[in-house]
Write a protein that binds this ligand. Structure first.
Ligand code: ADP
Length: 266
């Protein structure tokens, strides 16, 4: 389980990115963090793997807090999938997937490029699982399409069979059909391992389709927390217009707001 306890983040320039967020995310849940740009989604995710140091509060993974003595162990249990894929473009697809082992292998071995046959086999299996053929193994990662690069990013993230997968806007730069394929792969690979997924998105339709739970954020605060069925058009309105969700328009007015184009582009 991931526990956010009264988490706060104020950046040195005074920007309040997270204001007192407390959440419990149970094991195996696909939890979508939804909200407009600047809501604090990325900052929240990065608190889980220690890439962001909170100003106050803490994050616990199965009761363990991220600090210098636990970071090596926790980094093996928490993987990340990035918006811009974060592959090493000049390296092969195979090398990029094997890089998913880096939190668990020695620096010497990583630099030598020598990986156990079992690890190479696992990389091949994962690439097959995400729909890439053996022909892709030796290709430069930078030569692949965006959708293919994100498939490599998913294979890399699952190399250590993580308990937690952080996906930071993983489909922001992909078209709608490929976005669905990518989110399906993340969801199914996580389910096979009972891994917890924290996935930030700004697309309402995808959040409703893939989330077991939707946490809506605005200006660093949680303004909605519930199931997709509870995330009615009125509550979408509350999230994107800053209204309180119990005091929002109903019926046709809410419907019109939800289908305004800027909602999807936020
Ligand atoms: P989201 O992922 O929802 O778009 P972010 O978590 O990236 O939002 O950002 C939340 C707020 O924190 C924004 O106002 C953003 O400009 C600010 N922010 C993010 N990173 C930094 C940083 N390194 N320094 C200062 N402000 C930052």
């Amino acid at each position: 389980m991931i526990r956010f306890e009264s988490l706060q983040k104020v950046w040195p320039d005074g920007t309040r990115a997270i204001s007192d967020v407390s959440l419990d995310i149970p094991r195996g849940q696909f939890c979508v963090i939804l909200g407009p740009s600047g809501a604090g989604k990325s900052t929240l995710l990065r608190a889980v793997n220690g890439l962001m140091q909170p100003t106050a509060g803490r994050v616990l993974i199965d009761g363990t807090e991220f600090n210098t003595s636990t970071q090596k162990q926790l980094r093996q249990r928490v993987a990340m999938i990035h918006q811009h894929f974060n592959l090493t473009n000049r390296m092969s697809v195979a090398s990029n997937v094997l890089a998913g082992l880096l939190p668990a292998v020695s620096t010497v071995r990583a630099l030598s490029g020598w990986f156990k046959p079992a690890h190479r086999q696992k990389a091949c299996q994962l690439l097959d699982r995400v729909g890439l053929s053996p022909a892709h193994l030796r290709r430069r990662a930078g030569d692949l399409s965006g959708g293919q690069q994100q498939r490599v990013g998913i294979a890399r993230a699952f190399m250590l069979d993580p308990e937690v997968v952080l996906a930071d806007e993983p489909v922001a730069s992909l078209d709608p059909k490929i976005s669905r394929d990518i989110l399906t792969l993340i969801r199914d690979a996580a389910r096979e391992r009972n891994a917890t997924v924290l996935c930030s998105l700004h697309q309402i339709d995808l959040a409703r389709e893939f989330g077991d739970r939707i946490v809506g954020m605005r200006d660093g605060s949680v303004v909605f927390d519930g199931t997709p069925a509870e995330f009615t058009d009125e509550r979408v309105h509350a999230l994107y217009r800053g209204a309180h969700w119990e005091d929002t328009p109903a019926g046709e007015e809410a419907e019109a707001l939800v289908h305004e184009p800027q909602w999807v582009a936020a």
